[in-house]
Design a protein around this ligand. Structure first.
Ligand code: SAM
Length: 242
């Protein structure tokens, strides 16, 4: 890697990725390949593939990472992060443990449904998608909320990482259906946050009671312990909504 200064957002993003020696990484929008240059020394059996749709950017990334490309740790391709783009670059059909993007507009300027579905298909079981941003001004919270919503509507769970510099990271994992396959997005409500606890909430009935009230679906925030009830279809005696 050549000796240009490493921007703080890239240093922090790579630290947050917690790269393991055997990780298979995919970077989307690698620009001049600075992150690739930080990741490669951390890899032993692992690899990083980096794509950017700008040929000017990938030419710089190739120059910067010539050594790691030569020893097989890095692959850099001029490709858009789309199914046809990756297919043309020979990248589709592969599996990655971590997919990441740093300061790439993709996930906050629009719903990015196709890109999220593409990422879900490329992630190995247990894999994660990371989007890092260093927005100008005080827009960290706004951006984190937007990207979190985009991830959740696109079939991912989302967790926000606040990093020391004015950098925010959003980590997404595809929702898993009970059979282990990625679940289909439903109205933007992640499956893991929905708990149907009909048994506890159905009113007691006797033989002559009128028809039973339907079970109540509670929205549970699974990021807290004990689970926090954040919403319910109707009031439940004794249950305080937070
Ligand atoms: C602002 S630059 C960031 C570069 C680098 N990640 C950084 O943090 O310095 C965004 C890069 O993403 C690339 N890019 C944007 N959308 C892309 C897409 N859909 N597929 C591939 N590359 C994309 C652009 O060409 C550009 O090089």
């Amino acid at each position: 890697m050549t000796g240009t200064a490493v921007p703080e957002r890239i240093r922090q993003a790579v630290a947050a990725l917690d790269v393991r020696a055997g990780d298979r990484l995919l970077e989307v929008g690698c620009g001049g390949g600075v992150a690739v240059g930080l990741v490669c020394p951390l890899l032993i059996t692992g690899t990083i593939t980096a794509v950017d749709h700008s040929a000017t950017a990938t030419a710089r990334a190739v120059r910067r990472n010539a050594g790691s490309i030569g020893d097989g740790r890095a692959t850099i391709a001029t490709a858009a992060f789309t199914e046809p783009g990756l297919t043309a670059a020979g990248i589709s059909g592969r599996s990655f443990d971590k997919i990441f993007a740093i300061n790439v507009n993709l996930f906050w300027t629009g719903p990015a449904r196709a890109e999220l579905a593409l990422a879900a298909g490329l992630l190995a079981p247990g894999g994660a998608l990371y989007a890092f941003y260093e927005p100008p001004g005080e827009r960290l919270d706004e951006l984190a909320a937007k990207v979190t919503g985009t991830f959740e509507a696109g079939g991912f769970t989302a967790e926000v990482l606040r990093l020391p510099a004015p950098v925010v990271g959003i980590v997404g994992r595809p929702w898993a259906a009970p059979d282990g396959r990625p679940a289909t997005p439903r109205h933007g409500t992640p499956r893991h946050r929905l708990g149907t606890i009909a048994a506890q909430t159905r009113p007691k009935t006797c033989a002559r009671s009128p028809p039973r009230a339907p079970p109540t679906t509670l929205l549970l925030d699974s990021t807290t312990r004990p689970l926090r009830v954040v919403g319910a279809a109707r009031p439940i005696p004794g249950v305080q909504l937070s």
